[in-house]
Design a protein around this ligand. Structure first.
Ligand SMILES: Cc1cc2nc3c(=O)[nH]c(=O)nc-3n(C[C@H](O)[C@H](O)[C@H](O)COP(=O)(O)OP(=O)(O)OC[C@H]3O[C@@H](n4cnc5c(N)ncnc54)[C@H](O)[C@@H]3O)c2cc1C
Length: 458
């Protein structure tokens, strides 16, 4: 019997297996897919490194994580600078001076800043005015109701004319202005649309955020929490690197891309593919399996699958967004001249097109016109789909907390990774968490499952 059964041969499961093996523990890794690597898997096809589950760019400012990765595989330098396509026009991302030049014709940073700030302030004032007018019309309705409730015979015309005497009206106007100024200063956006409008103004919002967000989340941005885009990166420079991290790159083609990284991590570890933990568990006695969650294979379990699935969704399913990838092989040398193009209008049904050869830093042309592209279509998660993005809405977070209470009663099972902790995590955060968890599991003996509260959002 092994020390650990690790469910999931994705990045999290592979790093933790590597670390625990290095520390002298025996591990077995299982995955229900037919290949290891989880969502970071890459495949080499005709000299092109294909990212099977969407473009993955490694970026971090964490020295320990960067050293960990580069000790295993050489990294090819890469600068992620996606382009946005809105109704046939192209813009730089993240929002920078190239974007503002294309949108407003502004070349100077101060000019662009003034333009954005003017639009953003205008939006804030408009929203405050609209909120106030909604409030005053509802309070006018209330006072009318109050009055008529008290005295159905009361003369309304008389009441209204008494309240609109000139002196009183002036004082009311001044009070209103002060109140409006205060509300502008203390403005709290009520939803994602308001958050975006008061940060970047209407032009940027409508061209680059609105349609993309609606497609990505499958709903009107006014239905989404402002927290989702708390920080919109705006750069008043011509610098085009999407990330602000110190290190950025992709595992080199020679090393086998991300799949090469996973292979290095899993060297010397027993791996069983096409093996679903839940299916194995179903074959056991439902009243006793929890005493032996390692299913006779190992003493303890590290689970990087979906936490709601583990508990048979007894408190209800957690919400996720999924994706559909459509891959095409084309007889052309270059389809879009760039690795990633985001489609920000609502007319294009996909959110991104990836041209994989542009992600392959050390790509050597094969001599014939050939390229591979992937279109990314967001979709609502349905049974049988891959769970890509956790949707941490109130209902799901309440359920997740309850699942974590159950998890606290399963000392032999530790939950981790993207699905196990029900959070969107970039690869560097996954590696960091796996390194820390490996250390904790080694020292602590028993796992203490805790709710990891954070504000990470997609
Ligand atoms: C479209 C997209 C683009 C991204 N781009 C980037 C990027 O550019 N940069 C970045 O840093 N991060 C990016 N990420 C995040 C990155 O994909 C994750 O950080 C990483 O894949 C998480 O690894 P994981 O092991 O936690 O999860 P996964 O990769 O999902 O691995 C979990 C594994 O568990 C297996 N499993 C689940 N349930 C069971 C079961 N019952 N039995 C057996 N096996 C099971 C699954 O088959 C899977 O292989 C992106 C994510 C997405 C969705």
């Amino acid at each position: 019997m092994k020390d650990f059964l690790i469910v999931g041969a994705g990045l999290y499961g592979s790093v933790i297996a590597h670390e625990l093996t290095r520390k002298g523990y025996s591990c077995i890794v299982i995955d229900k897919r037919g290949a290891s690597g989880g969502n970071i898997r890459t495949e080499m096809r005709e000299g092109i490194m294909v990212h099977e589950y969407g473009a993955h760019i490694f970026h971090t400012s964490d020295e320990q994580v960067w050293k960990f990765v580069t000790d295993l595989v050489p990294m090819s330098p890469f600068v992620h600078s996606p382009v946005a396509c809105f109704k046939g026009s192209f813009y730089s991302l993240p929002f920078n001076m190239h974007t503002f030049k294309a949108l407003f014709g502004t070349s100077e940073p101060e000019e662009a800043r003034a333009r954005i700030e003017k639009e953003a302030l205008g939006e804030k004032m408009r929203i405050v005015k609209e909120r106030r007018s909604r409030e005053s019309s509802s309070s006018a309705r209330t006072s009318y109701n109050d009055v008529t409730d008290q005295d159905p015979e009361v003369d309304q015309t008389c009441k209204v004319s008494r309240n609109t005497g000139t002196a009183e009206k002036n004082i009311e106007d001044i009070r209103d202005r002060f109140e409006e100024d205060r509300e502008i200063k203390e403005f709290v956006p009520a939803n994602l649309e308001e958050q975006a409008l008061v940060t970047v103004g209407r032009t940027v919002y409508e061209t680059l955020i609105k349609g993309y967000t609606a497609k990505q989340w499958g709903c009107d941005p006014r239905m989404l929490s402002a927290d989702i885009i708390k920080r919109i990166p705006i750069r008043y420079t011509y610098e085009e690197d999407y990330f602000n991290d110190r290190y950025e790159g992709l595992p080199s083609t020679e090393a086998g891309g991300y799949t090469g990284l996973i292979d290095r991590l899993l060297e010397g570890v027993e791996v069983r593919l096409d093996t679903d933990y839940l299916a194995l568990r179903e074959q056991r006695d439902p009243d006793t399996w929890y005493k032996d969650p390692g299913l006779g294979l190992a003493k303890r379990v590290i689970y990087s699958g979906a936490v709601d699935e583990f508990f048979c969704s007894c408190y209800g399913p957690l919400a996720y967004r999924s994706l559909r990838f459509e891959q095409e092989e084309l007889e052309t040398d270059d389809f879009q001249g760039h690795a990633v193009v985001n489609y920000t209008d609502s007319e294009s049904p996909f959110t991104r097109i990836i041209e994989h050869k542009h992600l392959t830093a050390d790509y050597r042309p094969s001599g014939r016109p050939f390229t591979i592209i992937t279109k990314e279509y967001p979709k609502l998660f349905a049974e049988g789909d891959e769970r890509f993005y956790p949707v941490r809405d109130n209902v799901s977070m309440e359920r997740y907390n309850k699942y974590m209470e159950l998890a606290a009663g399963c000392p032999l099972v530790a939950f981790g990774g993207r699905l196990g902790s029900y959070r969107y995590l970039d690869m560097d955060k996954v590696i960091k968490a796996a390194l820390e968890d490996a250390e904790r599991l080694r020292d602590g003996g028993e796992e203490r499952n805790t709710v990891k509260n954070d504000s990470d959002t997609v």
